[in-house]
Design a protein around this ligand. Structure first.
Ligand code: BGC
Length: 741
């Protein structure tokens, strides 16, 4: 079997090398030239024109042109390239102050070239590749006239019932922060003013992922400690990487809705983090302050929003969301909102427009994209590599996988086996389903001409018809092996798509069980936007691949893994529960006073389910074996100014080359607040040939051990710390050291 790991062509290397991703433009230092221009422009603006800059219009209609001429709004959605340029012409040539529009919309995991959904991308643990994919998305989107994306979603999610878990990087704040930075670097490139750069928006600020009971838009009630330790870090990372904007969330946070929350929007974001970019509301999240019960009417909602620190009203032309345009003017004229608050927000919007280079280059430079947009083939290569790396092998008993390419026959069954539409996932408004490689096509591209594929859909996602079960079983009986492609449709995760039961929906599991009875080797290929409860499959089916939604290259990537051209390397970034009743279940929980003990009844556990997950955070198998040995640390005691090196030997003890994601965790033995049982502090992706060994080293610095103490001060405390290095959060070698004063 030949392992093909994509090594990129020189062309791709050259293309990406023009981006110096390490050097981001930071908003922490205001550019004096831009500040001067902003001040001058602001001094010429009427109140109406200022408010116009704080409104983002979603749709084009018969009044749009006149509104632009009158400066009634400063931002738009995505009207498509042609319309975009003609509207921009009105803004630049016919409006009084010639302020260009900014075009802002959702580019989440690709624009036309659709990459794996963000949850899948995070399972690659390959931030450099995530950056490359985001860069392609930025180039495609900006070639179509977009200047600004509402991505990345950096919400930590510990609850797989919440459908939007699919849009983020999973449950861990450390990995989440790294991925947040990776996306910002890709979207914004070396400089926001580059033709191919778009402003990133870290969303949804903040703690949206902690919705009670996993129900979208629901109340969030968490401690300030959890807010600071878990939910804020990815936003801070995005801000530190230079993200141009932040989106304020829908949810109520500890009694104060996120889009009217002075503490998070101003005290933390502006005063602590010195964020100079734009805060944009979520869709009608200012108007919804009335529903939350913190504003008496829409006008009052506008007051609460702008006072808390929301600069732009996202849905500023919709019936429900039109809040700033109609109300801010009278609020200012009646001295309820000081004009300097409006000025502050307008200044941020203008600053970003200058940073984006919109005043100098308001139109799309088609020539630039002709020269700089990589060929579709090269874009597909990145998409395929990222899809390969996103797949997680959950089970592979008796090495059922990989399959031989000259296998006689394969039964391919399931509603997702020959589907294009669902594979692009829940958030790809500009994706083109006909460009998606289905699993059937991907397998056909791979196998020998002698191999017969017996394809039957078998059933649908959610209805109860078993009419095709018989045909599917017959196809299986005539085949050597069965590949079952099952899971969720694309609309079963994403916004407003929470589920109370997170098993494989409809009669799909019954179909798997019936097929299993034939005795043929069963490979389950899962596609879904969240961890699922799959106890029966984990117990019975010999091989399971978690593929999430992989985008345009789905079929090719799944075939790469099924037939061993890519040795799976993905590791889970969200825990798989055994039962919904275990949720929230995540690896970095606190210890209790009574940790679970099977021999002691009065300990923290369930009567009817183990406390352990089905698959833990960081878990994922390979077609080879990696053994961990010779774990050492170079010092047993260090001072706060010191650091130590933890080294471990990883050996590929199997017969196939492959990547391993080596994970570093630490645990504080005691503090004045309960420390988590472990926390991810580092990881390395390594590649080993069969029989090859590598020493992997991690430098541990005391500042990595910092936490919020009982007085909510970020401190590093002396004490005993465990260091764990391993394959996942549940399988590692451990040692400890002392941090001395
Ligand atoms: C979503 C955001 C999205 C916005 C604009 C909202 O409903 O919550 O994530 O960016 O719509 O499309």
């Amino acid at each position: 079997m030949r392992l093909k790991i994509f090594s990129f062509t020189l062309l791709i290397i050259c293309f990406f090398s023009f981006q110096n991703f390490a050097q981001q433009k930071s908003y922490l230092n205001e550019d004096p030239v831009i500040e001067k221009k902003v001040d001058e422009l602001l001094s010429k603006m009427t109140l109406e024109e200022k408010i116009g800059q704080l409104v983002r219009k979603t749709e084009v209609n018969s009044e749009t042109g006149v509104m632009i001429k009158e400066g009634k709004f400063g931002m738009m959605g995505n009207p498509g390239r042609q319309v975009r340029d003609s509207l921009q012409k009105i803004a630049v040539e016919q409006s009084r102050l010639h302020i260009p529009l900014a075009f802002a919309a959702d580019v989440i995991h690709g624009y036309h070239t659709i990459f794996p959904v963000p949850l899948a991308q995070s399972c690659s643990w390959d931030p450099a590749l995530v950056t490359k994919a985001a860069r392609i998305a930025a180039l495609e989107a900006s070639s179509d006239g977009l200047n600004w994306t509402f991505a990345p979603m950096v919400d930590i999610a510990r609850d797989p019932r919440w459908g939007r878990i699919v849009e983020g990087a999973g449950e861990d704040p450390y990995l989440g922060s790294i991925m947040a930075a990776a996306y910002v670097k890709g979207y914004q490139g070396k400089s926001l003013s580059d033709e191919g750069s778009i402003s990133a928006t870290a969303k949804h600020y903040v703690a949206y992922g902690a919705a009670q009971a996993g129900r979208d838009y629901n109340t969030v009630d968490i401690s300030i400690r959890t807010l600071r330790e878990i939910y804020l870090p990815p936003f801070h990372a995005a801000v530190n990487t230079g993200a141009g904007s932040i989106m304020s969330a829908f949810n109520d946070l500890n009694g104060v809705p996120a889009s009217g929350n002075y503490f998070t929007l101003t005290k933390i974001l502006r005063d602590e983090w010195k964020f100079k970019g734009v805060v944009i509301s979520d869709y009608n999240s200012i108007g919804e302050l009335v529903n939350h019960g913190v504003a008496k009417d829409k006008s009052d909602a506008a007051r609460v929003g702008i006072t808390a620190g929301v600069d732009v009203d996202l849905a500023g032309d919709t019936i429900t969301g039109d809040i700033y345009a109609p109300y801010l003017e009278s609020l200012v004229k009646n001295h309820i909102v000081p004009e300097k608050l409006i000025d502050r927000s307008v200044r941020r919007v203008l600053r970003l427009k200058y940073e984006l280079g919109l005043f100098d280059h308001p139109y799309v430079d088609a020539d630039f994209f002709r020269k700089n947009l990589p060929s579709q083939e090269d874009r597909n290569k990145i998409a395929r590599q990222l899809a390969d790396e996103s797949i997680v092998l959950l089970k592979n008993e008796k090495n059922v996988l990989p399959l031989k390419k000259d296998i006689q026959s394969i039964a391919l069954i399931g509603p997702l086996a020959d589907d294009q539409d669902d594979l692009i996932g829940p958030w790809a408004p500009d994706g083109i389903p006909k460009n998606v490689v289905t699993v059937l096509e991907g397998i056909k591209n791979k196998i020998s001409p002698k191999t017969k594929i017996n394809y039957v859909k078998g059933c649908d996602f959610q209805d109860s018809s078993r009419a095709e079960f018989g045909e599917a079983i017959n196809a299986v009986k005539e085949s050597d092996v069965v590949v079952l492609v099952v899971g969720e449709s694309r609309d079963m995760s994403g916004e407003a798509s929470s589920r109370a039961f997170i098993d494989i929906p409809g009669v799909q599991e019954d179909l798997i069980k019936e097929i299993y009875k034939t005795g043929k080797p069963v490979i389950v290929v899962l596609m879904n936007g969240r961890p699922l409860t799959i106890n029966w499959e984990a117990e019975n089916v010999p091989a399971i691949l978690e593929t999430w939604f992989l985008g345009n290259q789905t079929g090719n990537a799944i075939a790469d893994v099924l037939f061993g051209d890519y040795n799976p390397s993905g590791k889970l970034t969200a825990t798989f529960p055994r039962a919904v009743g275990q949720i929230p279940i995540f690896y970095n929980h606190m210890n209790t006073g009574r940790p679970p003990s099977p021999t002691d009844h009065y300990t923290s556990k369930y009567l009817d389910c183990p406390v352990t997950p089905l698959y833990p955070f960081g878990y994922g198998l390979s077609y080879t074996n990696f053994s961990y040995s010779d774990f050492t640390i170079d010092k047993k005691n260090i001072s706060e100014k010191d650091s130590l090196i933890a080294s471990i030997k990883i050996t590929n003890s199997g017969s196939i080359a492959g990547h391993e994601i080596v994970q570093l965790y630490t645990h504080d033995h005691y503090a004045d607040v309960t420390p988590p049982v472990k926390e991810l502090k580092g990881f390395k992706r390594i590649y080993l040939q069969p029989g090859e060994s590598k020493i992997v080293k991690f430098v541990i610095k005391p500042k990595m051990l910092a936490f919020y103490n009982i007085d909510m001060k970020k401190v590093v405390e002396p004490g005993i710390y465990d260091v764990m290095i391993g394959k996942n959060s549940d399988d590692y070698l451990k040692t400890s050291f002392e941090l001395k004063k």
